[in-house]
Design a protein around this ligand. Structure first.
Ligand code: C5P
Length: 234
């Protein structure tokens, strides 16, 4: 896929309401990047926020991380497909039948279903506390392997897992990576970070970037500067 640098950037719109989301997106919508609506904004505003941002020209990644019985997950993905979003997420710990049903629900649509592997807030200790003995990297690879075997074409994974995933699955798997921080920016609560250039060099297809753009004094300038950092990495 020959994408421009901006097309590789997904801006996380973690705002509390529609008004602030629209203010943020309006000046950025024509730049070619995607916009991620997560649980906070969707729970506050419902599907109308997806339509409102789409009407500004924004392409949407609806990140609601579905995890339920296969039938319910399938119908949730169908609803996301009907909203016309470009990407949506399921939790891979939902196991093979849930993955198959979810992937099936988006077949023949433009919506890419991404599998969430291990949340970056989890470490070996927290995995053990829920009965999983593997370390995070092995668990990510194991879940991704199961997902791909059940028709999945993309995953969300931390910067640390990009290279092992790329090595194992080659160019066919879409890798979306949060935890990206441009040089010199505030880490916030992100611990295991990479710069945009490092993440792209490691093999990420898309970078999820929130606060370094949304809290910048000039979000458009911040977005353009990240895009040139990506451009220089290629
Ligand atoms: O502001 P920041 O760049 O940290 O935002 C990253 C976005 O990616 C947030 O919406 C966060 O919820 C999301 N995310 C993450 N780590 C994950 C999965 C999602 O930071 N493992």
């Amino acid at each position: 896929m020959n994408q421009s640098a901006k097309e590789k950037i997904i801006i996380a719109i973690d705002t509390p309401d529609a008004k602030s989301a629209k203010c943020l997106v309006e000046p950025l919508a024509g730049e070619g990047c995607l916009f991620k609506i997560g649980l906070q904004l969707f729970t506050a505003e419902g599907p109308s926020i997806v339509r409102d941002l789409q009407s500004l020209g924004a392409r949407i990644f609806l990140d609601l991380k579905f995890h339920d019985i296969p039938n319910t997950a399938r119908e949730a993905v169908r609803s996301a497909v009907r909203l016309g979003v470009d990407m949506t997420t399921i939790h891979l710990c939902g196991a093979p039948a849930m993955v198959q049903e979810s992937v099936q629900a988006a077949m023949e649509s433009k919506t890419l279903v991404l599998g969430v592997t291990v949340l970056t807030s989890m470490d070996s200790e927290s995995l053990q506390s829920i009965g999983i003995q593997s370390n995070p990297e092995n668990q990510v690879l194991r879940l991704a392997e199961m997902g791909v075997a059940n028709g999945l074409r993309g995953v969300v994974a931390s910067p640390l897992e990009i290279a092992p995933l790329r090595k194992m699955f080659g160019p066919g798997l879409t890798i979306v990576t949060p935890g990206v921080r441009p040089a010199g920016s505030d880490l916030g609560d992100q611990k295991r970070v990479m710069s945009p250039a490092e993440a792209i060099r490691a093999g990420a297809d898309y970078l999820v970037i929130g606060r370094p753009v949304t809290k910048a004094p000039n979000p458009l300038a911040a977005l353009r500067s990240i895009a040139s950092e990506i451009e220089s990495a290629r």
